[in-house]
Design a protein around this ligand. Structure first.
Ligand code: ATP
Ligand code: MG
Length: 571
């Protein structure tokens, strides 16, 4: 491709609202242009990257036995009503009406559509297992679209769905092959990633993994063991029940005045006590109307709502109790609450079980208790895992202790079991002629997010650093003075022709710009291999070759330049 014919639109400065390196660089390199919040045009340069990602994904999906189809972006409401998600999905689902006032939505994912197709097409065990995928635009009306295409409203996803006669087949023919294909995809794209166990929500079990690209800016937190393969999203990573005896109490219960103290920080400051000595109270709605449940955890620990939602007697989705309800039950407001005198269900975090002499709200605004002890001052609560793990916690696998890292979720594999197939009656006849509900798995990859995640992981002060597999062009030829110098033009054209003939994806930057601009652009664009051609070098029959990651260029003979690049691409 010649740059003069292609479209390059680079910027010196990134827009002020771009916070992440990847967002800034994608805009500066002209890969994307914003149209509205969370909506982007993929410009020619960016689209080339997107297509390369798609190509790798397609190859590995095909290799794993998945079959491509293409489902629509606009989906009928009836299917979503059948699965129950028309109600459940909430505002992220963009709903629309057609001219006949019929309800539709913009597909955020395609479980309903594929299940509808499969239940009509597949009737016998002989047609199972099957795995379908497509690469298609999705729409999610995200609360906070941000970080460019990382969390957009419209984005491209590869989603696959597998259907099976039984659970063994789901794991053996669906989940495991997809898991392996994902590893190959992310390996080929050169990402530093980690598969981590993930929450399965109401489906339960252990059948879900996220593929997390490790990056400081990631929105997810991953906990992993320093002594084993254990890795899980912090949403899921369990804390263990403590061993040994409870510490004996040394203090009597005492009610102390704490005027205007409403947070743990102000409590710690006001009483000058260690935060580990405090308990915080979280009040959520119970399963039955009007019921509330009190959750207690150490002041320095972070509440984990996903764990709490699964506790017996707690309403799902987790709902914090309204201030009026709290006031009616406790006689006090949030910030002054505790278990003393509370008659309802109380859960306390495992980390609290062996402690004594806690400082906690007194159910009287502006008052706290010191020297609070379970069993003595209030009934023993039920102990449960309510918090996020912290660095240094013992690993739930039993080996080593946990460390934390941040990640960007680029893929997700999930054993759906019969969640959709039962709701939508996707049944088949087994070998005994008996009707059975299919087992189902789903497997997503954020195609557009991968582009941002790769840049987040690989960039420097000068721009993007692509791997060969993802780069918009594998190599760039930068001629200095292409228009004026015949020697430079001839050498550039010759190397360009050689590389094209060999099938390399090469950009000849023949734009009429200063050499400095061309060089800076090639670095901003992150093209992995570069040949610079100038009159001075040509006098000795030389050009310069460098990788994007090299600090210095090598001088190579003009005749060997193309071969040099091709050898590097093969390596
Ligand atoms: P997240 O927790 O980041 O919102 P999710 O759990 O909602 O992701 P899935 O429903 O599993 O995501 O979708 C599959 C993949 O689609 C994700 O792994 C991610 O790579 C991508 N994805 C999801 N939401 C977005 C978005 N708003 N913008 C870009 N990519 C997205
Ligand atoms: Mg989401």
């Amino acid at each position: 491709m010649k740059a003069s014919r292609f479209f390059i639109s680079t910027l010196k400065e990134a827009p002020a609202e771009a916070a992440l390196a990847s967002h800034k660089l994608m805009i500066r390199a002209g890969l994307i242009k914003a149209n509205a919040s969370g909506l982007y045009t993929w410009m020619p340069m960016g689209l080339r990257v997107l297509r390369k990602v798609e190509r790798v994904v397609r190859e590995e999906m095909e290799r794993a036995g998945s079959v491509e189809l293409l489902m629509p972006v606009v989906q009928p409401a009836e299917l979503w009503q059948e699965s129950g998600r028309w109600e459940f999905y909430g505002k992220e689902l963009l709903r629309l009406k057609d001219r006949h006032e019929r309800d539709f939505c913009m597909g955020p994912t395609c479980e309903e559509v594929i299940t509808d197709i499969v239940r009509k097409e597949i009737t016998s065990y002989k047609q199972l297992p099957k795995n379908f995928y497509h690469i298609q635009t999705k729409f999610r009306d995200e609360v906070r679209p941000r970080f460019g295409v990382m969390r957009a409203r419209e984005f491209v996803m590869k989603d696959a769905y597998s259907f099976h006669a039984d659970y063994e087949s789901l794991v053996r023919d669906g989940y495991q092959p997809m898991y392996d294909a994902y590893c190959r995809i992310f390996d080929r794209l050169g990402l530093n990633y980690r598969p981590v166990a993930a929450d399965t929500g109401s489906i339960g079990g252990t059948g879900s993994h996220e593929f997390q690209v490790l990056a400081e800016s990631g929105e997810d937190v991953i906990a992993y063991s320093d002594a084993s393969d254990y890795a899980a999203n912090i949403e899921l990573a369990q804390t263990l029940r403590l061993q040994g005896e409870r510490r004996p109490s040394e203090k009597a219960l005492e009610k102390v005045s704490t005027p205007n103290v409403k947070t743990i920080e102000s409590l710690v400051r006001f009483l000058n006590i260690p935060v580990e000595q405090t308990l915080k109270s979280i009040v959520v709605e119970g399963e039955n109307e009007g019921e509330i449940v009190l959750l207690l955890l150490r002041g320095d620990h972070e509440f984990n709502d996903i764990k709490a939602e699964k506790l017996a007697g707690v309403k799902a989705p987790l709902t914090f109790a309204a201030p009026e309800l709290i006031r009616a039950q406790f006689g006090a407001d949030g910030g002054s609450l505790g278990p003393v005198g509370f008659k309802g269900k109380v859960y306390a975090d495992f980390a609290v079980e062996k402690g004594a002499d806690w400082v906690i709200g007194a159910n009287d605004n502006g008052w706290h208790y010191t020297g609070f002890n379970f069993g003595r001052d209030a009934a023993e609560p039920e102990f449960a895992d309510l918090r996020n793990v912290v660095e240094g916690d013992p690993s739930p696998c039993g080996k080593g202790s946990l460390k934390l890292a941040r990640g960007i979720e680029v893929g997700h594999v999930f054993q759906l079991r019969d969640k959709y197939s039962a709701a939508m009656n996707a049944a088949f006849l087994d070998s005994n002629g008996k009707s059975q509900i299919m087992e189902m798995g789903c497997y997503g990859i954020g195609i557009t997010r991968i582009v941002a995640a790769a840049i987040e992981q690989n960039n420097d002060g000068r721009g993007i650093i692509w791997t060969d597999a993802m780069a918009p062009f594998q190599a760039v030829i930068v001629p200095m003075n292409y228009k004026k110098s015949d020697a430079v033009r001839e050498a550039a054209d010759k190397i360009y022709a050689e590389l094209c003939a060999a099938g390399a994806d090469v950009l000849l930057d023949d734009r009429d710009e200063r050499a400095g601009v061309l060089l800076a652009d090639s670095e901003l664009l992150g093209i992995p291999h570069r040949i610079v051609i100038g009159d001075r070098g040509l006098k000795e029959g030389k050009v310069e070759y460098a990788r994007r990651t090299d600090s210095e260029a090598q001088s190579v003979a003009v005749e060997e330049a193309a071969a040099k690049v091709l050898a590097a691409l093969r390596a």
